[in-house]
Design a protein around this ligand. Structure first.
Ligand code: LLP
Length: 420
């Protein structure tokens, strides 16, 4: 459920008319709903009531500091994958002791930065990484709190480009190897093992892969404990999918939480979850304006001012994003198939193919739904298009939480050497 609804014939974000935002901010822009963020956060948190848990929001899914601050106020920590994301989480007021640091390629500088700030946990993904972390911690007379990220070799049954827990994926350490790693590394003075972590993929639409991976993980925790290791943290990762279209019915957060609880609560460890999309995916839309509409070889093309550089998901993963008119009156006009495309000079700059849509005219406003996760964060400036603004709404209030840069700002990091 989200708070993007029609009121008085106009799409609104909570109490704010999208057309009003478009007039003030210009298109295209992202718009996020605070109440939707809060609702999603609370639904998941409620499902874990009674457990010692923390929801560490996956910053990679939406790293706007106003979004992070909103979630931080609700009690969220952060799952980060770079020093840049640590900086964002800290800037948003999320305390270091609720930050977990994931990722297969943490650099020495990033590890040092994370140690200096006293983060809660490093989710380590290889022996090589563990040894470097040990070295850096010792050089600072510190002890790094570590969980090994296991790769449970489970098929997440999701898009191949967002699967992370199969044996061919680059992520994590196979369970057998992880066991050896815990055993061999006890003498590393700069490392304190405190838990295990995992993340098997994103946009999972079934509970079975979670159940399977979590059961392997629970067995692993028991084995480690039997070997004398203290395992007080279980980081179960993120990955629960969201409905991108009306027909899709991913598991309810409540049911997912029940699986987490059933499998991990008996182990009496602190449970960490790293959801991104579940919290923010349906809390954001991308608003765009129709530039032209044309017919070519019998096909109808709707050319809009947003493009693949603003929302990459359709071109990268053939992802589906529902497209709705901002003016509800359009919904009463006949629907005919159309391709919705952006102005970028690439054939893959397509948001939708053969989508049944109203008769949009130039200047009409449309919204791409479910664009809050992996939207703005993955955008770029291809074709020298400016990054687009982000707007956060709460009730009747709204603010631009990332301004549209100027062309001067875009060009200012570049220079022409004297020898050219
Ligand atoms: N934890 C780790 C270690 C991750 O790698 C990810 C996502 C998450 C948590 C959060 O997963 P979520 O709850 O959002 O599914 N760009 C792709 C998704 C890439 C996901 C990468 N890792 C997309 O647009 O679908």
């Amino acid at each position: 459920m989200d708070y993007f609804n029609y009121k008085d014939g106009e799409l609104h974000a909570e109490e704010v008319a999208i057309s009003e935002l478009a007039t003030h901010v210009g298109t295209p822009f992202y718009c996020y709903s605070s109440q939707t963020l809060a609702r999603h956060y609370r639904v998941l948190a409620n499902s874990l009531e009674g457990c010692d848990f923390r929801i560490c929001f996956a910053v990679k899914s939406n790293s706007n500091i106003a979004v992070l601050a909103s979630l931080g106020r609700l009690g969220a920590g952060a799952d980060v994958v770079s020093a840049g994301e640590i900086r964002r989480a800290l800037a948003a007021g999320i305390s270091a002791d609720s930050i977990v640091f994931s990722g297969v390629g943490k650099t020495r500088d990033e590890m040092a930065f994370a140690l200096d700030h006293g983060i809660f946990q490093f989710n380590v993904e290889s022996q090589a990484e563990l040894h470097i972390l040990n070295e850096i911690a010792l050089s600072k007379s510190q002890i790094a709190p570590v969980a090994i990220r296991i790769n449970p070799d489970v098929d997440a049954i999701t898009h191949a480009k967002i699967s992370t827990g199969k044996k061919d994926d680059k992520f994590g350490v196979p369970i057998q190897q992880a066991l050896e790693l815990y055993a061999q590394s006890q003498q590393l003075q700069g490392i304190r093992f405190q838990g295990i972590s995992m993340h098997i993929g994103s946009q999972l639409t079934q509970l079975a892969p979670f159940r399977q991976a979590y059961s392997h993980a629970a067995e692993f925790v028991k084995t480690l404990r039997a070997g004398g290791h203290i395992i007080s943290v279980i980081d179960a990762g993120g990955g629960l999918g969201i409905p991108y279209c009306e027909e899709s019915e991913p598991p309810l957060p409540h049911d997912y939480g029940a699986v987490v609880k059933e499998i991990f609560a008996p182990l009496g460890a602190k449970i960490i979850l790293e959801p991104g999309r579940l919290i923010v995916g349906n809390a954001g839309i991308l608003v765009s304006r129709v530039i032209y509409s044309k017919y070519s070889h019998e096909r109808r093309f709707i050319i809009v001012d947003a493009a693949m550089n603003d929302l990459m998901r359709p071109s990268l993963y053939d992802a589906y994003h529902a497209i709705v008119p901002v003016s509800e009156a359009h919904n009463a006009t006949p629907l005919t198939p159309a391709d919705v495309v952006g102005p970028v000079c690439e054939s893959s700059d397509i948001f939708a193919k053969d989508r049944l849509l109203p008769d949009f005219k130039p200047d009409d406003l449309i919204a791409f739904r479910s664009a809050g996760a992996y939207g703005a964060v993955m955008s770029g400036t291809y074709n020298t298009r400016l990054l687009i603004p982000e707007v956060l709404v709460n009730g009747a209030q709204w603010s631009v939480v990332r301004a549209r840069p100027t062309y001067e700002e875009l060009l200012k990091c570049e220079s022409i050497p004297g020898w050219v």
